[in-house]
Write a protein that binds this ligand. Sequence first.
Ligand SMILES: NC(=O)c1ccc[n+]([C@@H]2O[C@H](COP(=O)([O-])OP(=O)(O)OC[C@H]3O[C@@H](n4cnc5c(N)ncnc54)[C@H](O)[C@@H]3O)[C@@H](O)[C@H]2O)c1
Length: 257
Amino acid sequence: MGRLNDKVAIITGAGSGIGKETAILFAKNNAKLVVTDINTDMLNEVVASIEEFAGKSISIKSDITKEDDVQKIVDVAVKEYGGIDILINSAGVSARNAAPENAPETDVWNNVLDVNLNGTYLMSRFAVPVMKQGGGSIINLSSIIGLVGYPTGLNAGAFNPYPPSKGAVVQLTKNMAVELAPYKIRVNCICPGFLKTNLTKAYWTDKEKLKFLEDRHPMGRLGDPIEVAFTCLYLASDESSYVTGIALPVDGGYTAQ
Ligand SMILES: NC(=O)c1ccc[n+]([C@@H]2O[C@H](COP(=O)([O-])OP(=O)(O)OC[C@H]3O[C@@H](n4cnc5c(N)ncnc54)[C@H](O)[C@@H]3O)[C@@H](O)[C@H]2O)c1
């Protein structure tokens, strides 16, 4: 059985952080998984972790900014499992890791928007026609930084593309939720606070920055990706059957201040 009871789930960015923890948690809850990431080595590790407890998943390397790759992910889910019930859009980049060092500012801007916003849009655009057949749940990973600016003191830069990319995901979520409600497709996004993952490694491996960020979360600590994975599980399962169009902070109280 499990809380997902044989539902078919696609998870992007499944090689690391939130996507990885969500893939493992969903496999433990009997989802039929298609896990995808641009990084094959990390993807293989996730598949191995899932196989350790006899869970099942199909893995496929992809760059979610490429239409052909996105089409392939959807085709695999349909061919192998006959449909799609759940889409978790977790693949994402920050301005720090979106482009090689010293890349022109415009390239960084475009790459962040391309993965965080356009990739989320493309995955949904290709999955929705399939999901319309039976309904389902789409969960986008926005951020507290999609709701408010970076904290002063982090020197993230006035033209940092990450906040607008995540703010746009909130609006994409709300508009899709309204338009797709008649098809029984629920669309929600999660706005995590700062978590300890590869994405934020530059922050939490630096003692001063870690302390600075811990102090900005009322709970006094950074989050763990599993705490967001459990939120994905709730929003993906039928337990949240009347929930659509929300931007849910999972942030140790950050945005309550
Ligand atoms: N970690 C945090 O503090 C935090 C906070 C708020 C929101 N988020 C958001 O949550 C999501 C997951 O973050 P995370 O911390 O797990 O990050 P992560 O870096 O640990 O994992 C992201 C994964 O996305 C993959 N990816 C990047 N570009 C891709 C592409 N073009 N195609 C396919 N895969 C690609 C990476 O290879 C990586 O495995 C992101 O959208 C991020 O912006 C993270």
